[in-house]
Design a protein. Structure first.
Ligand code: ADP
Ligand code: MG
Length: 446
């Protein structure tokens, strides 16, 4: 096997294993000069780097040389007698890379993997994105297409890929653009006779991230241009990541040759967040905004704002804005107002205290009038406390109003009841199960 080929491969492995600074200090200045009997001869510039590599990187180097696990290749370091200024072997891109400028890009550094909250709806997409960010172009996920509805985090993930790539390899050229901007720039380049420059800008990318490709719909000439860009990058092993609102094969108005190219990679969908993820996202976004919200408020928002993450975020911002602009305390009334505003006519909640007591009564087989009455019998007290807890967590009713409804009790009694059930909820599986079921049942009627 050609030693240049082996060495190129080895350098690739090494550069993913060893920090960038070490690569540039020790490995970029060296080169393979030959091979004999399974030993690759590597020329190093001086005795010092020869010793250094041998003592510090022996293991990594052997491992990288034998990345297929066959342990057949060893190496010998040889101090160079000639100057090493001549060109590196062809294809040895790492040596050339350092001479490149650090590229400008339009990455939003707020969008990172570390602040992307994972749930069952998005974990596949997130893991695919991570795999691509770790090894752009060197996996079977090329192109990677992240698809799904509005506000589910596609753009966030795509920027996270770009951010991670430039953090690790700042000299890689990451190009990120929306398909609208791509179209606009292309049309302008036509107008100004600058299509060659236009093409060059994209075709020299190491990784091309292109957002919302559904906007290419019906734009034949732009698609044509994109098709060529795609091919050039793809053929030279450069990573392409796209986002779309639909599964590629279902995208109307895109040329079938584009669609079939897209299908050679990986498509990963993002589904709307489930309840638990909505709660997690709200907690995170509230914290990010320095807003502390009661758990029952969070739950209330998560229960009503279901469609996407952007709406959840928007709700938090709106609550903050409303409270600071109108100088109002953030309480359940304010939160409810905001949620109602955001949902408009689709906001509905038919849950009321009567419905709660009725459901608890049916579940526990205790008459409604006993629940709202004065009895001190243990199981009746528990049913009452549970009803109070549900009134608070599902409707956010004030403690004193709950007290009034349950036979004129004062707010400290109500508070005690709520705390008690909350504690049991976390400690006692039977209670948790019961409360969850009652909530679910009430959910269905609202
Ligand atoms: P899309 O591109 O799918 O329409 P975005 O990526 O623009 O959605 O996401 C909308 C907003 O929601 C962004 O502010 C983003 O940071 C946030 N977001 C979406 N999904 C998540 C998530 N899983 N964790 C944290 N924030 C998220
Ligand atoms: Mg987007």
């Amino acid at each position: 096997m050609d030693f240049n080929y082996i060495w190129n491969d080895t350098m690739k492995v090494l550069s993913s294993e060893i920090p960038e600074h070490a690569i540039s200090a020790w490995f970029e200045p060296i080169k393979a000069v030959g091979m004999s009997n399974g030993t690759i001869i590597i020329e190093v510039p001086n005795k010092f780097s020869c010793d250094w590599i041998d003592t510090h990187y022996k293991e990594e180097l052997l491992k990288a040389l034998n990345k297929n696990g066959n342990d057949q290749i060893s190496y010998r370091l040889k101090v160079s007698t000639s100057s090493l200024k001549e060109d590196p072997p062809s294809g040895f891109s790492i040596q050339k890379r350092n001479k490149r400028p650090i590229y400008q890009n339009n990455l939003n550094n707020q969008y990172q993997f570390k602040n992307y909250i994972e749930g069952s709806n998005n974990e596949f997409a997130k893991n695919a994105a991570l795999a691509v960010a770790n090894k752009p172009g060197e996996n079977n996920f090329n192109p990677l297409i992240l698809y799904g509805g509005v506000g589910l985090g596609k753009t966030h993930l795509m920027h996270a890929i770009g951010n991670m790539v430039i953090e690790r390899k700042p000299d890689l050229r990451v190009v990120i653009i929306t398909s609208e901007k791509f179209t606009l720039d292309f049309v302008n380049s036509l107008r100004k006779n600058k299509t060659i420059e236009f093409a060059q800008q994209y075709r020299t990318a190491d990784i091309l991230l292109i957002d919302d490709i559904q906007f290419f719909r019906g734009k034949e000439q732009t698609q044509e241009q994109f098709f060529h860009t795609f091919n050039v990058l793809y053929q030279s092993g450069k990573q392409i990541v796209m986002t779309a609102d639909k599964f590629p094969a279902e995208m109307k108005g895109l040329q079938s040759r584009l669609i079939s190219r897209f299908q050679s990679g990986l498509s990963a969908d993002i589904q709307p967040p489930n309840f638990e993820l909505r709660v997690a996202i709200l907690l995170e976004k509230a914290e990010q905004n320095g807003l502390s919200l009661d758990y029952n408020v969070i739950e209330f928002i998560a229960k009503h704002i279901k469609k996407n993450v952007r709406d959840l975020e928007g709700t938090i911002i709106r609550i903050l804005a409303k409270s600071s602009l109108m100088n109002r305390e953030i309480d359940f009334t304010l939160v409810k107002e905001v949620v109602r505003e955001r949902l408009g006519s689709s906001f509905s909640s038919d849950i009321n205290a009567e419905a709660i007591v009725k459901t608890v009564s049916e579940r526990l087989n205790i008459a409604e009038k006993l629940i709202v009455g004065k009895s001190r019998k243990v199981e009746i007290v528990q049913a009452r406390q549970m009803s109070m807890y549900l009134c608070r967590s599902l409707m956010g009713t004030s403690l004193s109003n709950i007290g009034v409804f349950f036979g004129g009790r004062d707010h400290t009694t109500v508070m005690h009841a709520i705390k008690k059930i909350r504690k049991k909820y976390y400690e006692n599986r039977r209670i948790k199960h019961l409360v969850d079921n009652i909530k679910k049942e009430l959910d269905d009627i609202s």
